[in-house]
Design a protein around this ligand. Structure first.
Ligand SMILES: NC(=O)c1ccc[n+]([C@@H]2O[C@H](COP(=O)([O-])OP(=O)(O)OC[C@H]3O[C@@H](n4cnc5c(N)ncnc54)[C@H](OP(=O)(O)O)[C@@H]3O)[C@@H](O)[C@H]2O)c1
Length: 235
């Protein structure tokens, strides 16, 4: 199967790419930086692209995927966490930066993909429990993931031949968690406290350990309504 994954240079996207490559799938990865460990796989294809450079995306995809007749699976994984802070201390500029990558780049990418690739079987957008939990401090990140869930629901109605899901992947020890671990005002932000206590335990596995479970969850998503939000921890 041909699989497109965004954000393959590190974290969840890297773990998923490795997992699918080991199973022999053709993986098309996109991120700004390249993770050379994936060069060991001849079935890995890489495009270096800043997904926030919206005007470049359609042209880049045409060059990258122009000859690809079908994508069995698209995983919209690239994302950033916002600076953990109260809403009143969060600038509109910060919210726009996070929305650009976590939401609008996926809108531009989905439109360009359907213009470029004749058949797309399944689209999974990597969301977060933060889309629905509204925890103090999660400001732009929560807004972006809640909007991403609705974006996926809306696209599901427009493309009934493709199965869409927004999926919370669980808690994984990536660069995002390193940032959260470095936050000092933890009494103010209870979820920071909780995440810090999980770091280094098996409740926060490495991307390599978590990826097979996420891939397994993805393989079972088609039994849920297209456009829905699912959490790996409930599947
Ligand atoms: N880790 C968790 O516990 C957790 C929990 C819930 C949800 N998630 C979600 O999982 C996804 C992956 O996050 P992660 O934890 O694996 O973090 P990560 O290690 O920081 O990975 C983020 C990936 O996104 C890519 N990316 C970021 N900005 C980009 C841009 N402008 N253009 C292209 N690629 C860009 C990065 O590549 P470059 O920097 O090379 O461009 C990197 O490959 C995110 O959507 C995140 O919200 C993570």
């Amino acid at each position: 199967m041909n699989i497109l994954i965004t954000g393959t240079s590190s974290g969840v996207g890297y773990g998923l790419a490795q997992s699918y490559l080991q199973k022999g799938h053709e993986v098309y990865g996109i991120s700004r930086s390249h993770n050379e460990a994936l060069d060991a796989f001849s079935n890995f294809h890489f495009l270096s692209q800043d997904l926030a450079a919206f005007d470049e995306i359609a042209g880049s995809l045409e060059g990258f995927l122009g000859g690809v007749g079908s994508l069995g699976l698209v995983i919209l994984n690239a994302g950033v966490v916002s600076r953990i802070n109260d809403m009143k201390d969060t600038s509109l500029e910060e919210i726009r930066r996070v929305m650009d990558i976590n939401v609008w780049s996926n809108k531009v990418l989905i439109d360009a993909l359907f213009d470029t690739v004749p058949e797309i079987g399944q689209v999974v957008a990597i969301s977060s429990g933060a889309a629905v939990s509204g925890s103090r401090g999660w400001n732009a990140y929560s807004l972006s993931k809640a909007t991403l869930n609705m974006l996926i629901d809306l696209y599901a109605k427009e493309h009934p031949e493709t199965h869409f899901t927004a999926l919370a992947p669980g808690i994984i020890d990536t660069g995002m968690q390193d940032y959260i671990y470095s936050i000092e005002e933890e009494e103010k932000f209870p979820v920071v406290q909780k995440l810090k206590s999980l770091k280094g335990t098996d409740k926060m596995p490495s991307p390599e350990k978590a990826a097979p479970g996420i891939a397994d969850a993805i393989s079972r998503l088609k039994k849920f309504p297209s456009g829905s939000f699912q959490d790996v921890r409930d599947l």
